[in-house]
Design a protein around this ligand. Structure first.
Ligand SMILES: Cc1ncc(COP(=O)(O)O)c(C=O)c1O
Ligand SMILES: N[C@@H](CCCC[NH3+])C(=O)O
Length: 444
């Protein structure tokens, strides 16, 4: 049975990081995001070592959008990875945690002038430039920060169609991200970037999509990016020092998912880069990758308490939990599928097919359709696996649902990393004056 990174203990309960999930639910309440810290650290090392063993001049950059807290930044720092941020807020989180700015890569398809200034001020390692507007903003930023060379990568769309959900494909020409190769924008961007004083072009970036199971798109990306670097070298006498191939490595949500082993993804990428460099007689650049989901996804489990159960004989049994699309938008957004167990009956035989509903006011707020579980009762604890990536980071306050707490579990201990939002938190930004009178303009 798929148990995420957990196991079933002698009480027939799910146990994660040596902690009984039923006890975690009691201590911290539900819904609760539980992150298996050792698993995250093992993934960091696996990616770092697999890449480094094949090509020393390399770097693994954790894509913070998957799951970002200051504690996570600290973990990433300790494991020697760099960090990809996509907004002023993510950058602020990293800086506040004490993450070294030189190891920060700043992404985003609509960075504001203020965000770019913030990046220059903190001295981030690379700004990954996405479009011509951003290059123009950077021209001004570079003028203001004269003396500080702003190192950049250009994000390119290599025209690759990865076989994944439409909303998480990014490498094709018809994308909001990056400079298109097919239409010549990528070359114009190189010319532009090289002409701006104060910017130092270091190389290129691409990201072909997310939750990719095949190796072919990575092979294609390697070939196309190296070929591009070769042409750029001939046309502009520019040597590409580094190429960032983005993230996208697939993980397991259900038993149907069959991702490649990490080593295989990395091997295919690095070998393809080396082969292409040999073909074009070019030095091998620094190789960077940006896994997000693959670092944290399988390490996360969400615990919920079962509430109402509605049986429609001959149709369906709806089992509702105390969370929903506010803590996991992925089923509604992508039709994502999940595996789950009842944490307090983890080893019991599966007896009935039920559908797990969230408590938000939307018919589409369904977490899992048709899952086979042991006989389920109100008060049972449901554990949904593989919720470490794009869950906490995509959580919302829809229906004024407080965001769940996050705990890290490791070696039989659990520590609170993010406390549960309170109702007061939900109102904390409101500017509300109960005794003020509405004065209409007409009466003035
Ligand atoms: C530029 C960039 N890098 C890295 C990632 C991380 O992707 P994943 O979580 O699939 O590894 C993303 C998200 O898809 C991205 O847009
Ligand atoms: N948020 C998405 C993936 C997009 C990744 C960011 N470019 C997911 O949950 O699968």
């Amino acid at each position: 049975m798929f148990c995420g990174t957990g196991r079933i203990n002698k009480f027939n309960h799910l146990e994660i990081g040596g902690c009984d999930a039923v006890e975690l639910a009691k201590e911290f309440g539900t819904p609760l995001y539980v992150m298996d810290e050792n698993h995250i650290r093992e993934n960091c090392r696996l990616y770092r070592d697999s890449l480094n063993n094949l090509h020393e001049n390399s770097e693994v950059i954790y894509a913070g959008k998957a799951f970002l807290t200051m504690e996570m930044c600290k973990l990433i720092e300790e494991e020697g990875l760099s960090l990809d941020v996509v907004s002023g807020g993510e950058l602020y989180t990293a800086i506040k945690s004490g993450f070294p700015s030189k190891r920060i890569y700043f992404h985003g398809n609509n960075k504001s002038y203020a965000e770019l200034e913030m990046a220059a001020e903190y001295g981030v390692g690379r700004i990954v430039v996405d479009n011509f507007y951003e290059l123009e903003l950077l021209r001004d930023v570079a003028k203001k920060y004269q003396g500080k060379k702003i190192k950049i990568l250009l994000r390119l769309t290599p025209g690759i169609e990865a076989h994944t959900h439409d909303y998480i494909k990014t490498g094709q020409l018809d994308s909001k991200f990056g400079f298109g190769m097919e239409n010549g924008h990528a070359f114009m961007a190189v010319e532009n970037a090289l002409s701006i004083k104060g910017l130092k072009l270091m190389g290129f970036h691409c990201h072909i999509g997310s939750q990719i199971f095949e190796d072919e798109p990575f092979k294609d990306a390697a070939k196309i990016m190296i070929q591009f670097a070769k042409i750029v070298n001939e046309r502009y006498d520019f040597r590409t020092r580094e190429i960032d191939f983005g993230g996208g490595f697939g993980i397991r949500y259900t038993e149907k998912d069959k991702p490649l082993a990490v080593k295989n993804y990395i091997e295919v990428l690095v070998e393809s880069v080396k082969e292409a460099c040999k073909k074009h007689n070019m030095p091998i650049p620094k190789i960077l990758i940006e896994p997000g989901r693959a670092i944290v996804g399988e390490a996360g489990t969400t615990l919920y308490t079962i509430g109402s159960i509605k049986n429609i004989p001959g149709v369906r049994k709806y089992v509702s939990v105390d969370g929903g699309m506010s803590d996991n938008i992925r089923p509604a957004l992508y039709g994502a599928e999940y595996s789950a167990v009842i944490a307090n009956k983890a080893g019991c035989p599966r007896e009935e097919i039920v559908s797990i509903a969230g408590k938000c006011c939307e018919s589409g707020d369904m977490l899992i359709w048709d899952i086979n579980l042991p006989k389920i009762m109100p008060g049972d604890i449901l554990a949904v696996f593989t919720t470490g990536a794009y869950h906490y980071s995509m959580a919302s306050n829809y229906n004024m649902m407080p965001k769940p707490a996050v705990v890290f579990v490791k070696n039989k201990t659990a520590r609170l990393v993010v406390r549960r939002q309170t109702y007061e938190d939900l109102l904390s930004n409101e500017v509300f004056m109960p005794n003020s009178k509405n004065i209409s303009l007409a009466s003035l």
